[in-house]
Design a protein around this ligand. Structure first.
Ligand code: NAI
Length: 303
């Protein structure tokens, strides 16, 4: 099969001045993509700003013969999102791919989770994906092609101490994907989500050093590259990836228990008595949309 290439394609990578985003930008550019390298250039907790990181990555791409434009906007604002998309349109005429990757951390246990810690983390991860993707989606819809990659986290999908803000934002992105995969379906806009594990400034103090040393961000890059390509025809998937391990996660629905006849009252005791059946996930299935969950209640509607 032919190599995956991005000739004629334009990508936005947010937070591409460092870490994972930088590897995506470099790889896409190497494969012929024109890349908007967005990065606010702040600290790990989202404070401060600098043009340095985005500009350095653009210089590196250009030096290697690729095409790239820098953008220093904050993803968490409407103006920032519009500015990022405008950079793509002004420099390269369109947007085909958005990789929502920018992120920060402000960890604290729940009772110490002050509003500023909560709000900024939700803003950068969740509002940021909305602010950047919405103006890009308008262009994708018009051209009948788009690839969107969102970045969740194992912390959000499965839980982690001290990250109620981050976990909420990261699960919110799964919700964004679930709706957008449906809205984008008829315009050939595929939306997928990754949960990476990689060495970066976000993870340097949370992982054992021997683990950290082996977790090259470049191991995540091939999955993102594939998801961003025309070759990928799947949408609405969540992927775990790190160090060469790639797997899919999904929200599934158990078969559950049908109690009552659809009209009589149901008692709490009946919930207790059916607890095993209600909580059983054997035979659980993926669900494509909320409408697909209604089927389980059909026997009661028909009664
Ligand atoms: P990183 O800190 O190396 O890179 C994030 C980049 O985003 C930074 O260059 C930063 O300046 C930029 N950024 C932050 N706020 C921004 C804003 N408001 N506007 C524009 N740019 C902004 O971190 P890393 O590890 O590369 O993280 C990338 C993404 O992957 C994040 O969304 C993170 O939550 C996610 N992730 C990373 C994991 C890991 O193991 N490294 C684990 C799970 C998720």
């Amino acid at each position: 099969m032919a190599d995956i290439d991005f000739k004629g394609k334009v990508a936005i990578v947010t937070g591409a001045g460092a870490g994972l985003g930088k590897t995506y930008a470099l790889e896409l550019a190497k494969r012929g993509c024109k890349v908007v390298v967005n990065d606010l250039g702040g600290a790990r907790d989202g404070s401060g700003a600098s043009h340095g990181p985005a500009q350095d990555v653009v210089d590196e791409i250009k030096k290697a013969g690729g095409e790239a434009a820098p953008n220093y906007d904050n993803v968490a604002t409407i103006e920032g999102g519009q500015g990022i998309v405008k950079t793509a349109v002004d420099a390269f005429g369109k947007v085909d791919i958005v990789i929502n990757n920018a992120g920060i951390l402000r960890d604290k246990s729940f009772l110490k989770m002050e509003p500023d810690l909560w709000d900024l983390v939700i803003a950068v991860h969740l509002r940021g994906a909305y602010c950047v993707t919405q103006p890009a989606f308008a262009i994708m819809k018009e051209q009948n092609f788009g690839r969107v990659v969102l970045t969740t986290s194992g912390a959000g999908l499965y839980g982690n101490f001290g990250q109620t803000n981050y976990c909420s934002a990261k699960m919110g992105l799964v919700g964004l994907m679930n709706a957008l995969k449906i809205e984008g379906a008829k315009y050939n806009i595929k939306v997928n989500t990754i949960a990476p594990v990689a060495a970066s400034r976000l993870t340097e103090d949370v992982m054992p050093p021997e683990f950290f040393a082996k977790l090259k961000p470049e191991f995540v890059t091939p999955l993102v590259t594939y998801l961003a390509s025309e070759a990928n025809q799947d949408s609405g998937y969540i992927f775990n990836c790190g160090m060469g391990w790639y797997s899919r996660s999904a929200i599934v629905m158990g078969n559950g228990a049908l109690i009552g006849d659809g009209s009589r009252d149901i008692k709490a005791e009946e919930i207790r008595d059916n607890w095993k059946k209600i909580t059983d996930l054997s035979g659980a299935k993926e669900v494509g949309s909320v409408q697909d969950t209604f089927g389980a209640m059909l026997p009661l509607i028909q009664k």
